[in-house]
Design a protein around this ligand. Structure first.
Ligand code: UDP
Ligand code: MG
Length: 335
């Protein structure tokens, strides 16, 4: 994936061979002003609660001074690591590489723009470790974003809840989330799928998914990196995920079904044409041309569509058979 499996120095050799409680993964694109403040805030919370931790800053091809700021933080603080993409790939690839690096028992993601509060970390950690959640998603119940964003978001979340079957989540795309380490090591966030990480987790078998109302702030510096096309792309991604989770390993089941329905309708239309002809013959009515019958066009269209669906099914099966992860299964335990 992207050829970016970069292994960095392990934070203080995993806090002197002990365990590491928390990894905070922060994807960022041009957020130079927020970083020092965010780092100081996380550090304060971690020290107050005596967590062993690391912060992984994922610089997603920033063109401002973000990387200089990260270099500076790494020099000053041994708990900080930085990864720099050569160009801007997007939030999902940044999370993917951050997850690959994460060593903490609990992995927390948060946006770099100070909209998410590090004060939520201790409770998120407790929910994962003590209440046994696989994933806890933040819920920005009171949002400080423009109406043009909050309104479509409500619709978006309602659809995502319905399609994913995760009925207790109100805010799929909240940047602030906590995961058991096993979750981030077993899901593949790609494209723009960061909006649906809970759905990806559920598909991988991590279904203890919870929610915590979190404090949200308006953006202090810079501007949002996503426009309104996020909603349109979001819906397309949701449909893809739904398809993959239901038929990803057996595309013929859906295309074959649609093809069969089409052929059935076509078959009925052919019978209607035959009945029409027989009726005309028996009652000595002048025969009309076959192309004058609407059934002819119904039969033609549905048969053609039916063959196309079957073809799509065969191709889909052929592709999924060749796919390198056709036999990827989540094994939870072996005894
Ligand atoms: N981000 C990123 N790569 C991108 C776009 C955004 O890493 O291509 C980061 C961004 O810097 C921020 C987080 O993703 O830390 C969320 O972005 P933003 O705050 O712009 O989204 P919004 O709050 O508007 O949903
Ligand atoms: Mg933001």
């Amino acid at each position: 994936m992207l050829g970016l499996h970069c292994r960095l120095r392990k934070t203080q050799t995993l806090i002197y061979f002990g365990i590491m409680d928390i990894t905070v993964v922060i994807p960022l694109y041009n957020e130079e002003e927020s970083l020092p403040e965010l780092h100081a805030w996380i550090k304060r919370v971690m020290e107050e609660h005596k967590f062993s931790y690391e912060i992984v800053f994922m610089n997603d091809g920033s063109t401002d001074r973000s990387w200089d700021v990260i270099e500076d933080l790494v020099k000053k603080d041994p708990n900080v690591r930085g990864i720099k993409f050569r160009r801007n790939y997007g939030k999902s690839p940044a999370l993917y590489c951050g997850f690959a690096e994460a060593e903490g028992d609990v992995v927390i993601t948060m946006d770099a723009d100070l909209q998410d509060s590090p004060d939520e970390i201790p409770e998120l950690y407790r929910m994962i470790m003590e209440e046994g959640y696989d994933l806890v998603s933040g819920y920005k119940q009171k949002r400080y974003d423009p109406l043009s964003k909050t309104l479509p978001t409500k619709l978006f979340n309602a659809t995502a809840r319905k399609i994913s079957g995760i009925h207790n989540l109100h805010d799929f795309n909240c940047g602030l989330k906590a995961y058991k380490k096993a979750v981030v090591k077993n899901i593949e966030v790609y494209g723009e799928m960061h909006r649906y990480i809970p759905y990806l987790a559920k598909n991988a078998g991590f279904d203890k998914i919870g929610e915590k109302v979190v404090h949200h702030q308006s953006r202090k510096y810079g501007k949002s990196k996503f426009g309104l096309n996020r909603f349109f792309n979001g819906y397309l991604d949701l449909i893809t995920l739904w398809f993959l989770s239901n038929f990803g390993k057996k595309p013929m089941h859906v295309f074959g079904f649609l093809g069969s329905v089409m052929f059935f309708i076509g078959f009925v239309a052919v019978i209607c044409i035959g009945a029409d002809k027989a009726y005309a013959l028996l009652n000595h009515i002048p025969q009309r041309l076959i192309t004058d019958s609407p059934y002819f066009f119904i039969a033609l269209t549905t048969m053609l569509l039916g063959s196309q669906f079957f073809l799509a099914g065969f191709l889909g099966d052929l592709i999924s058979r060749q796919s390198p992860n056709r036999n990827d299964y989540q094994i939870e335990k072996k005894i």
